[in-house]
Design a protein around this ligand. Structure first.
Ligand SMILES: NC(=O)C1=CN([C@@H]2O[C@H](COP(=O)(O)OP(=O)(O)OC[C@H]3O[C@@H](n4cnc5c(N)ncnc54)[C@H](OP(=O)(O)O)[C@@H]3O)[C@@H](O)[C@H]2O)C=CC1
Ligand SMILES: O=C(O)[C@@H]1CCC=N1
Length: 255
């Protein structure tokens, strides 16, 4: 079976590893390397902790999952042997990856944390891969959820909407729950109902032929309370707040 190697084992790598394990990939086929947390993952999941070079030697697909500003530092002394390298480093281009790893078999991706439950949406852009590496990458990305081929020029906006997006959805759920608590709901109940409301609404939209705007109207009974709430969102420029936050995300220079 294919062995997947992760260099860097923080939040994103752990979400991906969880997704692989959840799909039945054996912990014996997952190798990890990082200065501090790799050993803890061996204890937690039974994955194999190796030095970065040994991990490259033994893996068929190597995921770069450290912070973007560590690219040169981490790769300087490693020999990637033209193996398949999959980067999740936000803001790092294929050209920069080729120059740092000296490999031709590279996929630039931008996943999100929902890969942990195989519900991620991942953008990717790649060099010309061998047939074997194309298949290897397809199997890997299918484990994690859906994926879309994307021009590199659109990675920044994809990263803001889909990569950072879960944080913004969690922020909305928290605000909804806090408003419930402020108005007398018990904290756990408020969080549970806010979460289920967002989950059910996202599923309703995904399964519907109607747009998100049309579905808003379906909730808004004539003369009812939802109209009052939606009007208040508009008065406070809710859409502008979201657009502004996405712009700030896109314009941020990655560390
Ligand atoms: N979090 C997210 O939702 C998303 C993140 N990304 C990208 O994923 C990457 C990782 O982000 P994230 O997981 O959030 O960050 P974390 O801070 O959680 O993880 C960073 C990891 O890098 C490891 N590391 C540090 N130095 C080295 C080194 N010299 N060699 C190997 N590993 C090293 C750290 O190791 P240790 O734990 O041992 O200290 C840590 O495991 C980033 O490039 C980011 O742009 C992309 C899309 C979404
Ligand atoms: O915060 C970050 O920089 C990364 C990229 C997208 C989500 N997390």
């Amino acid at each position: 079976m294919i062995k997947y190697g992760f260099i860097g084992t923080g939040n994103m790598a752990q979400a991906m590893i969880k997704g692989l394990l959840g799909k039945g990939v054996s912990a014996n086929n997952i190798a990890v390397s990082s200065p501090r947390s790799a050993a803890k993952l061996t204890e937690k999941w039974g994955v194999i902790s190796l030095s970065a070079q040994k991990l490259i030697d033994e893996s068929s697909l190597i995921v770069l999952a450290f912070l973007p500003n560590q690219l040169e530092n981490v790769t300087a002394k490693l020999d990637f042997q033209d193996k398949l390298v999959v980067s999740v480093l936000a803001g790092i281009t294929l050209e920069q990856l080729i120059s740092a790893t000296h490999t031709t078999q590279i996929v630039r991706t931008l996943p999100n944390v929902n890969v942990a439950i195989n519900q991620g949406v991942t953008a990717f852009s790649k060099t010309e891969l061998t047939t074997t590496n194309s298949t290897t990458f397809k199997i890997f990305s299918d484990y994690l959820g859906s994926s879309v081929v994307l021009a590199e020029s659109q990675f920044a906006i994809f990263s803001a909407v889909a990569g950072s997006g879960p944080a913004y959805v969690f922020k909305y759920i928290d605000a909804l729950a806090q408003a419930g608590i402020a108005n007398g709901l018990e904290a756990k109940l408020a969080t549970d109902i806010a979460t289920q409301t967002v989950l059910g609404s996202a599923k309703t939209l995904a399964l519907s032929t109607q747009t998100a705007k049309e579905l808003q109207n379906a909730v808004t009974s004539p003369g009812g309370s939802t109209r009052a709430g939606l009007d208040d969102f508009d008065t406070h420029n809710f859409d502008d707040v979201i657009a502004h936050a996405i712009k700030a995300t896109v314009e941020h220079k990655h560390l």
